[in-house]
Design a binder for this molecule. Structure first.
Ligand code: GLA
Length: 731
């Protein structure tokens, strides 16, 4: 039983394999949050969150239980609201029909259901093995209901949550704030780990102490963005990979978001997460509901590695969908860095020809195949193959690629439109633009108003026509700018605060339609690299192009940060040319391969320009990668040495291990050089202490505990950026 209801204590307890989450209806009917941490025998944990005395400057509700020590401002709550006495960060800001701003949700009912709830039109974790708890609260004054949905995945220690606000009054209400999560943390001192960045430098880890000021990560770009990821870890101040409490919080959403934490006057920390409040104002008409996106949480009592592995498994098995979620994905070559816009069919076929000989299985034609697109200034929206450039039809090109023994894939950027396009000339209103104001351009393009069905239908029909016209096995779905001038011609003035969210709902609807129509196509999400790497997109597309930066050394930090939430199977990673196109760095081809192995592994360079030795090395890499495919994609993941200097190591290292500990693959990359270095040993994880192992088929055998406690020596190669792969096998 994953969900316990104790009517005597009025508690509701969610139980996973190792964690427990509890809420309690207090004697005023308020749903208090009492505990989220390590699993224990059942007890009513209310003592843990009881308020201290001295509620000065904290208002108290006046009713038959009036007590000036009881304040919404002190109690730990499941759903924090604004306007009626809780001055901490709120999740819900509600403007009633009469203009008043406030609500007081009180318990009505709780229902336990088998299976996981789903959310209409929004991505969400799924699974029959999960259980659902629906707690319904109602405002003390108006017929406004708050349905809190909890999904419990016992095996992965994953708890999800969403909020549905239902308006049963006979007039519209306005949600000015509708965040999905309130998490009141127990007493203590916590850090927030978050993943910031920019284009070509995504998900860089920073760690900060949560103090008595708000710490927020957020996006107002209409996409989750390169700048902040909708995932944070709240952790004990001394937690590390293997030690201490860590609460991972991931939003299953790809648009504007905010995650905020603050320590408050009772020295408790409150965390809220959900849709960003900036330019959010949602009307809920009488009889209708608003659904806030899902939040997924994992608590780990023993550090970050365990937390990451729970997310990895849950994302792989219960978020990604479709036939490719667990299938072996093809090794691909993408022509973007090899040719940019400068190609024709003969060039692509010559690349495919060489790549096929090395063992590459899928050829992806990137940007530039449609309309008049020979640069990034035109043609987005005109999804008609350029038959001059393709030297025939798309079908004929796909056939030529297939004849080389390769599958064929294609690039789209369905959410954008170039001012210089036939689509824009015919329908300028398809672009987001404000009345009387010239909209901003970014990469010479506008964003399409995906909140409109007519617009989505147009794009769907164009995409479906292309995908039906040829043997296409793969789509890269790109999005290369952020939203500005967010205004929809179809909505009245008072509903313009809904457009950001309606845009996202529209994108999700379009994706669902395309995926349903083309279930055999593998989709990879992209947004100028990893600008929309989030659980929302992973529900539709099981892999994401991690970054436009393919330099193996920069990728150490990017893939390291990404791995805190997202599994290796979701991280697009390619071997590209040197000097690297993003930072001019020169790294050994072997190191580029070793880093790309811990992703989807593919190529992104002009293979026709490679030397025979380089081609042989790629052929070797493909064999090696495929040999370890299962282990890499489904093994438990450990970050061994971080890529940051605090480690006082010259290396960054990580490892994947079979869950039974019988086999592991570790990689160490040296990103610094030093003269006369001392030997460094790599301490492995996840092995069986008393079993014997070989390392890279060595004659010598090592005890698991020796490899984990003493480590294996990392060879020091006398050149820049060397790397070593360690294959550890039970002897
Ligand atoms: C984005 C992508 C690249 C490539 C280009 C094409 O930047 O991240 O991989 O597809 O667009 O314009």
């Amino acid at each position: 039983m994953a969900i316990l209801r104790n009517d005597a204590d009025k508690t509701l307890t969610l139980l996973t394999k190792n964690t427990m989450y509890q809420m309690k209806v207090d004697d005023r009917g308020v749903l208090e949050h009492t505990y989220y941490g390590k699993k224990m025998e059942y007890m009513d944990m209310h003592y843990y969150v009881e308020c201290i005395d001295g509620a000065s400057f904290s208002p108290y509700p006046v009713n038959d239980k009036t007590d000036d020590r009881y304040s919404y401002n002190h109690i730990s709550q499941e759903l924090s609201t604004s306007g009626v006495g809780d001055f901490r960060i709120s999740a819900i800001g509600l403007r009633n029909t009469d203009g008043s701003y406030g609500c007081e949700p009180r318990f009505v009912s709780a229902e336990i259901r088998d299976g996981k709830y789903s959310l209409n039109g929004l991505p969400a974790f799924y699974g029959d093995e999960a259980q659902t708890l629906v707690v319904t609260l109602k405002d003390t004054v108006y017929d406004i209901y708050f349905h809190l949905y909890y999904g419990v995945f016992e095996e992965y220690d994953l708890i999800t949550r969403s909020v549905v606000v239902e308006n049963k009054t006979n007039a519209s209400i306005k949600l000015e704030k509708a965040l999905s999560l309130t998490l009141d943390m127990p007493y203590g001192s916590y850090d927030m780990l978050y993943f910031h960045g920019r284009h070509t430098r995504e998900r860089i880890l920073e760690r900060t102490r949560i103090k008595h000021a708000r710490t927020t990560v957020a996006s107002v770009r209409g996409a989750s963005s390169h700048m902040h990821n909708p995932f944070v870890v709240i952790a004990d101040k001394n937690a590390n990979e293997d030690y201490g409490s860590a609460w991972g919080i991931a939003l299953v959403y790809s648009g504007n978001f905010e995650i905020t934490a603050e320590k408050n006057l009772q020295e408790k920390t409150r965390v809220v997460a959900g849709i960003n409040t900036e330019n959010f104002n949602y009307e809920v008409p009488a009889g209708e509901s608003f659904t806030a996106p899902e939040v997924a949480m994992v608590y780990s009592a023993n550090g970050f590695a365990n937390m990451s592995n729970c997310f990895h498994k849950a994302i792989r098995n219960n978020l990604c969908r479709g036939k490719f979620k667990n299938a072996q994905r093809p090794v691909l070559i993408n022509n973007w860095e090899g040719t940019y816009f400068d190609f024709n069919a003969d060039k692509l076929v010559s690349m495919a020809h060489e790549a096929a000989k090395m063992g590459v299985e899928l050829f992806v034609m990137d940007d530039g195949w449609f309309g008049k697109r020979d640069n990034d200034r035109c043609a987005l929206g005109d999804w008609t193959p350029n038959e001059e450039k393709l030297q025939g039809t798309l079908k004929s090109l796909a056939e030529r690629i297939n004849a080389e023994g390769m599958k064929f894939g294609i690039w789209f950027e369905p959410e954008c439109i170039s001012p210089d396009s036939d689509l824009y000339r015919a329908h300028p209103d398809y672009a987001l633009a404000m009345p009387n104001r010239t909209p901003q351009q970014s990469r010479h393009q506008y964003v399409i108003d995906m909140s409109r069905k007519e617009v989505r239908d147009n794009i769907y029909n164009q995409l479906a026509k292309v995908l039906s016209s040829a043997n296409i096995s793969y789509v890269k779905w790109d999005f290369n700018r952020h939203l500005t001038d967010v205004y929809s011609v179809e909505l009245p003035a008072e509903k313009q605060g809904e457009v950001y969210h309606r845009y996202m709902l529209g994108v999700y609807e379009l994706l669902e339609r395309i995926l349903t129509s083309f279930p055999n196509v593998l989709f990879e999400s992209c947004s100028g690299g990893g600008g929309r790497f989030d659980c929302g997109m992973l529900y539709y597309m099981p892999q994401v192009w991690t970054s436009d930066n393919s330099d193996a050394i920069d990728r150490l930090k990017i893939q390291y940060g990404t791995s805190f939430a997202y599994p290796v199977s979701t991280m697009g990673a390619h071997v590209s040319v040197c000097p690297n196109h993003q930072n001019a760095r020169i790294t050994p081809l072997k190191t580029r391969g070793n880093v790309a192995y811990f992703g989807t592994y593919g190529l992104e360079l002009d293979v026709t320009k490679m030397t025979d030795d380089e081609k042989a090395e790629i052929a070797r890499q493909i064999v090696e990668f495929k040999k370890h495919y299962e282990l890499i994609q489904r093994g438990d993941y450990y970050r061994l040495i971080s890529p940051y200097p605090e480690e006082e190591s010259l290396f960054c290292a990580w490892e994947v291990v079979k869950p039974d500990g019988s086999e592991a693959l570790a990689c160490a990359v040296r990103y610094e050089s030093d003269a006369c270095t001392a030997p460094e040993f790599l301490k492995l994880k996840g092995l069986c202490e008393n079993k014997w192992y070989t390392v890279n088929d060595s004659k010598e055998k090592y005890l698991g505990s020796a490899l984990m406690n003493a480590g294996i020596k990392i060879p020091y190669n006398f050149f820049t950026y060397p790397s070593t792969l360690f294959h550890i096998k039970e002897a």
